[in-house]
Each structure stands twice: as structure tokens, then as C-alpha cells.
Design a protein around this ligand. Sequence first.
Ligand SMILES: *Cc1c(COP(=O)(O)O)cnc(C)c1O
Length: 470
Amino acid sequence: MPLHTGPGKPDERPMSMNPFFGEANPVVEMTQAPPKHRLPDGPMPPSIAYQLVHDELMLDGNSRLNLATFVSTWMEDQADRLMSECRDKNMIDKDEYPRTAELERRCVAMLAHLWNAPDPESAVGCSTTGSSEACMLAGMALKRRWARRNADRYPSADARPNLVMGVNVQICWDKFCNFWEVEARQVPMEGDRFHLDPQAAADLCDENTIGVVGILGSTFDGSYEPIAELCAALDNLQERTGLDIPVHVDGASGGMIAPFLDPDLVWDFRLPRVASINTSGHKYGLVYPGVGWALWRDKEALPEELVFRVNYLGGDMPTFALNFSRPGAQVVAQYYTFLRLGQDGYRAVQQTTRSVARELAHRIEALGDFELLTRGDELPVFAFTTAPDVEAYDVFDVSRRMREFGWLVPAYTFPANREDLCVLRIVCRNGFSTDLADLFLEDLSRALPGLRRQPHPLTRDKQKASSFHH
Ligand SMILES: *Cc1c(COP(=O)(O)O)cnc(C)c1O
């Protein structure tokens, strides 16, 4: 099955050609219209190929108006320039591009400091294509450590490992459990708790638990999970049972927010139980996709046998990655951004984004039709739903109407045990300015009278996404 066939049959018609596409004479020089789903028989001039691809992409949405994504949609010209200068560099060729390799190491060291590794020099880490790959690597390390711990106890190796997490985890953890054959033990939501409960998580642990994942913060509503409380619950479990369960913090977004805006929140390597942390450089790390980071608190947290070695300046350099070849440009852009902004710069950028989120959440609440689940004061992200007395329309109608103005705001149903709850979520990012937020609110206010006049919600059930994971 080709993974990329859209709904219905593939379009068999060739691409449409504009008579202007002839180099000089529009009548005789027209290139033959190329087919869409098989390799064309012959070449065409680059200018025409460019125009065909460019024109088709015009129908993609405007990424800056996409309030669904966490991923950076704006960088400076200087970053663009560096990225195009490094497009040809392969991250794996450490020997050939030793300076790029060095910049990656510096980024890891900077993150180790930022996340308060007890001994930043001995923290280990790597860049990845994003948090998903970083989570796979961290999960593999947890699984291998569990296997080692149990090598004596289970010589027959018939025990099934499990990983404990909230039901609100990002889909990458479902992938990890599926790909690496680990049972996913998920703590459901309950009442107004939309993320992991520390005690409920500890209660799910047993001798085959490879670790517990805490999320900073949840993609569902932008809330931080209580990492310190989770570690305390697991300390308590260890006192009672002897089980010593490591914690991985999925800081895909919050790993680059909390250090700057919530320095007193203890969620990172200051907690001895936190074995590893990941973040997405391409989310609040402020770099274009795809770059992520995975760090382990020390060498003991990352089993040596998972690390492979490649040539580097006559010696060898340890690498830990799923892919072999990978672009170097994003890592260079991450280093540029660290250098460019520094602590104070990151704080200013993230503070501005959080202010926009809080203010917009507040003003949406003031419209009277909505109730906030979160207020944008942890991740600059908030979720809201319709007030109980709103019966004419639902969140799916709001999402559809806002799309007509060009705004992408996802509406989705929550997982167990709050399947009754449907929400809208807004992700504020650098580049979503107060001015754009004003325009958004204007459009929402303009949509409301029509929505209120509806006889009933109009979006049919089957259009209501029930599993939204990003
Ligand atoms: C985005 C996200 C991921 C996946 O990250 P990618 O960089 O998109 O692969 C994992 N966990 C959380 C909490 C996220 O927000």
C-alpha cells in the first residue's frame, strides 16, 4: 500500500501547462505536459519545473496563520543564510565536517547546563531529527537498562517490559511502545485533571516498568505535568518496595520554555530520578524543522552498548541515532540561535510569546461564549471549550468558521476518561504577534453572531477528530 494516496483515486491527468512556459516561442517550445504519478520520460527546463512546483505549493496554508503547530515558522535572514550554506553537510560525517560536529557538542553542553545536569561535562547527549527520534532513543536506553537489571532475575527473558505515562502523551510514545514491543500503561484523565497524576503513575509501576514519562508540557492543553511530585511518588515507591524506576522528561516544548520563564520550577536534572530529557529544537528552540535533542544525566543512564562509533579526526566519535545521514543545517541553526539570543534573549522571546498567549486566552474568555481549560501561563498554549449554555454550535463549528478566515485552529475530543470534552487549542509561537492575535480575536468576534444563530451544531460526528496527537 503506498502510504501517500489521498482520498479517492490518484489524479491521472497530466500537469497543466501555461503557454508562457516556452522559453522564447510560446507556440512551438512548450514542454510536453508531465504526468503526475510516474517519472516523466524526459527532462524539462529548470525554470518550468520550478514554476510547476511553486504554483502547486501556493495552495498550502500560510504557516504563520497555523495556530495548530508547535513548530517554528519564522527565522531570521542570517539563520536562513547559514542553513543554506550548510545544506550539503551530512551530520554523520564527523571527520569531514569536524566544525559542525563541534557545534553539535557545544549545543549539547549548553543544554546540559540549562537543564542543570549535576556534572554538565559528563552529561551525554545528541541531536536528532526531532523529539520523536529523541524519545525513541531515550526509551531504548530505559528498556536496555531494565533488561540489564533483570538479567539475573529473568534468565528466560519472558517478562514483558512496560512504560508508564499519562494518556495525554504525544503519539511518539505510542510509536515507541509499538515499535519496541513495550506495553504502554497509561494513566487516564479524571475530572479537571488533564494530565498525569503522580500517585496513579506510581501505582501502575511494577518490576517490569522500564520508566515513567513525564511531559513538560502536555500537547493537549499546554499544562506542565508535576515532574517533582512524580519523582517524589516514585521515591516513596522505592522506599516501600525497593523498585527504583527512572523518569524521562519529554520536554519537547517546555524544555525550552521553563528554564527561561520558570527558573524556580524543579523539573530537570536537579531531580536525581530524572535520567534523560528531550526537547524539539524546532519548537520553542526556535529553529526550523527538523532538529531535536536528547540528553542523559550521565554515562550510566545511557548503556554503552547502544552507542556506535564513527571516524572523527583520526579517532572515533560516539553517535546515537536511528538514521545514519542527516542534514547538518538545523544543528548549525540551533547553535546560531543559542549564540544569537543567549539566556536573556530566549527569556525575552518566550516571555513575549507567553504574554500574547495569556492575553489572548483572557480576551477569549471575556467574549462570554467560552470556558478556558488552561490560560497560556505554562506553555504559551491554551485550550478552551464552549460554555455550558452554548447549544447552537460546538468547537468543531468554530474551527471550521475560523478556517474560512485563514486561521488553522484544531478542535478535538479528549481521551479517556474525558471523551465527553471537546476543545479548541491555540499554540502561540514567536512570530504570532499581539497584532496578529488582535486580528484573530476580531475574526472570532465576527464569526460569533452567525454561530449563535445556528439551529444546532453543524459539524457531523464523523468529521470530529477523536484522536488528535500533535
Ligand atoms: C511535538 C512533541 C513530540 C514530538 O516531537 P517532534 O519534534 O515533532 O518529533 C513529542 N512529545 C511532545 C510532548 C511534543 O509536544
